[in-house]
Design a protein around this ligand. Structure first.
Ligand SMILES: NC(=O)c1ccc[n+]([C@@H]2O[C@H](COP(=O)([O-])OP(=O)(O)OC[C@H]3O[C@@H](n4cnc5c(N)ncnc54)[C@H](OP(=O)(O)O)[C@@H]3O)[C@@H](O)[C@H]2O)c1
Length: 318
């Protein structure tokens, strides 16, 4: 039996879910074709959940589904197409999802991109903010009817310790004033992920839907596809400075998402940021752990909600 009191850096998905029965749960994992998303979908299915994963590349998505069905014996796993950089794709996906399923208990907003060259989404939003935040904002809000139907339900936003690199700059969301900086843009989008969890939790907590933000750790995945030698040197220097900054396995990397989605210890809590399978403290100085106060700020969360509604051209009042 897992020793839940001692969960930490190396705890794995299967340890988090030991003894937890998800056969009544329906889960949705965005970005289920690589890295943490594959492991998150696999472990939820292994413990009985019906799982939908999203993919941009449906061939790859079908391969992941086949692998999960075979390795877990759970046939209630499927894939649906979603491109978070397109509001039209998000709307088509949510319409299709709600036509197929009327409940959702676990939503893991996992898909993401990091430190890419400057680019824009289909509608012209800065690529990292548009994909990581605005895409999930629109998708999640359009799925709220299913979350309410499935309540108690949990929404987990994959953020990152990289949120330490930038608050949301409301005066220059798209970097047109500052000039594009790929790490500040990633940091801003990951702060936005936390603020969205705060605002969503405030709206839905009284109806049994709670929202969490997660730093999964540092895991070697395809996320680093845009990193160059200079980035790697910087990260290594930072790791040395911080000390004790070891890579996680994928199974340990996905563990905090799964913990946020299922841990009974979190019953009655929400709008918190987790790392290493536990709630992290507010920390405004350390670069090695914790959540910046600006990322949990309720006023900033409300402001971001309103700005995001304007940008996607849809209002959500629940
Ligand atoms: N790995 C880490 O060390 C680390 C650390 C902190 C936070 N995180 C966060 O953890 C999450 C998962 O990261 P990962 O390491 O598993 O990354 P990954 O291996 O690169 O996987 C990312 C997933 O997101 C999907 N995706 C990317 N852009 C998309 C878009 N526009 N629309 C729909 N799906 C899209 C990818 O699909 P394709 O296969 O089609 O590209 C892939 O399935 C991210 O949100 C990331 O910010 C990771």
């Amino acid at each position: 039996m897992s020793d839940r009191a001692n969960f930490g850096h190396d705890t794995t998905t299967d340890q988090v879910l030991e003894g937890i029965d998800l056969t009544e749960a329906r889960a949705l994992v965005t970005g289920g074709t690589a890295g943490l998303g594959v492991e998150t979908a696999r472990t939820l299915a292994a413990h009985g959940a019906a799982v939908t994963l999203t993919a941009r590349n449906m061939v790859r998505g079908e391969e992941v589904v086949a692998d999960i069905r075979e390795s877990t014996g759970n046939q209630a796993v499927d894939v649906m197409e979603l491109e978070l950089g397109s509001l039209a794709s998000i709307r088509a996906f949510t319409d299709a999802y709600l036509a197929r399923y009327d409940t959702l208990n676990i939503l893991i907003n996992n898909a993401g991109i990091m430190a890419c060259p400057h680019g824009t989404t289909e509608e012209g939003f800065e690529l990292q903010f548009g994909t990581n935040h605005l895409g999930h904002f629109l998708m999640t809000n359009r799925l709220v009817p299913a979350l309410l139907e499935g309540a108690p339900a949990r929404v987990v936003a994959l953020s990152s310790r990289a949120h330490h690199m930038s608050p949301v700059d409301f005066d220059d969301l798209d970097f047109s004033g500052r000039g594009y900086n790929k790490w500040a843009a990633y940091g801003q989008s990951k702060t936005a992920n936390i603020l969205f969890a705060v605002a969503l939790d405030a709206r839905l907590r009284n109806r049994g839907v709670r929202a969490y933000a997660v730093h999964p750790g540092v895991i070697e995945t395809e996320l680093s596809r845009h990193m160059d030698d200079e980035d790697r040197a910087l990260i290594n220097a930072r790791a040395e400075q911080i000390g004790n900054w070891t890579l996680k396995s994928t199974a340990a990397g996905a563990a905090t998402s799964v913990y946020a989605a299922t841990a009974p210890e979190l019953d009655g809590q929400g709008a918190v940021y987790l790392e290493d399978c536990g709630v992290a403290p507010i920390e405004n100085e350390s670069t090695s752990h914790g959540v910046r106060a600006y990322a949990l700020d309720e006023d900033a969360a409300e402001r971001l909600w309103r700005v995001s509604e304007e940008l996607v051209g849809e209002n959500f009042s629940f």
